[in-house]
Ligand binder design. Structure first.
Ligand SMILES: [Zn+2]
Length: 336
């Protein structure tokens, strides 16, 4: 508890709204577009990963659950309507309260259940928490990089209503990483700068030996660069390399450190290496093309991703190959 040193972020939203509003106005419809679906038939599947860590797959981003004697820690909360289903599955794993929710980034398919699932919890109140007893009794702490709070607390894009206060991160960090100790293990929150967004956190469960990567790793398709949310292809490649630094493969077999991706199936280091290699090769091709002075139209015509399209490409849905190509081109051509 003494190590809990997240900078308190219960600041008046008005104080940050002025700066956040400008950025949020420019946002692409990533958050909003994903909320137009029916969740009635979604089933939450729970997979024991390793140690104290479970992976929960429903709709939206994957949820990571760590449970033990101290209570429950959740990474990402899918969409709001799924919270009762997630809650039911968590109760099968533990009768203890949810103490921590960690958001890997601000997107609505990873933060939607914050409010409802946060109410399942009771905060770990520190010795100097007396002035805030009501808060201490209500809800889990919601931890995230401070850019997540900045993007969630201001005006939302496409005329969407402001997010409820109870959905916002309660404690943020702005340094390279932050540590907590929970359920007998060190849990590291590691900031990946300007990768999928500008507020990405990967969560490393050190004793369980599991990394919850968020959307810096989405092995079912091309890397998602949220240009308007501060993402960049170079940041994504760097973040994937960071994961590879932290993971250790088991000797001549699958396993070792497990990696829970933002979307998609459970992976290990070899999967991340394959994905990193793809992202790096495509990044380098685009960089060469831009150096040669090629326009976006010329790059599209040159089909620089052709050999990877069967594995990662898409012509329909939210993240098409065209959108990926545009985002990578924009990301590299805007670089100073
Ligand atoms: Zn995302």
């Amino acid at each position: 508890m003494k190590r809990f040193d997240f900078r308190s972020a219960r600041v008046a939203p008005a104080a940050i709204a002025a700066t956040a509003a400008a950025a949020l106005l420019a946002l692409a419809g990533i958050t909003y577009a994903q909320q137009q679906q029916n969740f009635d038939n979604v089933v939450e599947h729970v997979l024991p990963v390793q140690g104290n860590v479970y992976m929960m797959v429903g709709a939206g981003g994957n949820t990571t659950v760590q449970a033990g004697n101290d209570g429950v820690l959740i990474v990402d909360t899918q969409f709001a309507p799924l919270a009762p289903k997630i809650e039911a599955e968590i109760k099968k794993l533990s009768d203890k309260p949810v103490r921590y929710i960690i958001n890997t980034h601000y997107h609505g398919d990873h933060t939607g259940g914050n409010e409802a699932l946060g109410k399942m919890g009771a905060r770990i109140a520190g010795g100097n928490f007396a002035g805030n007893l009501t808060d201490a009794a209500n809800g889990a702490d919601i931890l995230a990089h401070e850019n997540v709070l900045n993007r969630m607390s201001g005006k939302q894009p496409n005329g969407a209503p402001n997010l409820p206060f109870a959905m916002l991160p309660t404690d943020t960090y702005f340094t390279a990483s932050k540590d907590i100790f929970f359920n007998g293990e060190a849990v590291q929150l590691i900031h990946a700068p300007n990768a999928h967004t500008d507020g990405d956190t990967m969560v490393f469960f050190r004793r369980s030996d599991v990394i919850s990567a968020g959307d810096i790793f989405t092995p079912g398709g091309y890397p998602v660069v949220d240009s308007n949310g501060g993402g960049s292809i170079n940041g994504l490649v760097a973040a994937l390399n960071r994961i590879i630094d932290l993971t250790v493969p088991a000797d001549k077999q699958e396993g070792g450190t497990y990696v829970i991706p933002g979307h998609g199936h459970l992976c290990d280091e070899a999967d991340v290496v394959e994905y990193r290699d793809m992202a790096t090769i495509i990044r380098d091709r685009f960089e060469d093309a831009i150096k040669k002075g090629m326009t976006l139209e010329q790059v599209k015509a040159a089909k620089l991703t052709r050999d990877y399209d069967p594995l990662y490409g898409a012509t329909t849905g939210f993240w098409t190959t065209d959108r990926f190509v545009e985002a990578v081109y924009k990301s590299l051509s805007e670089k100073k």
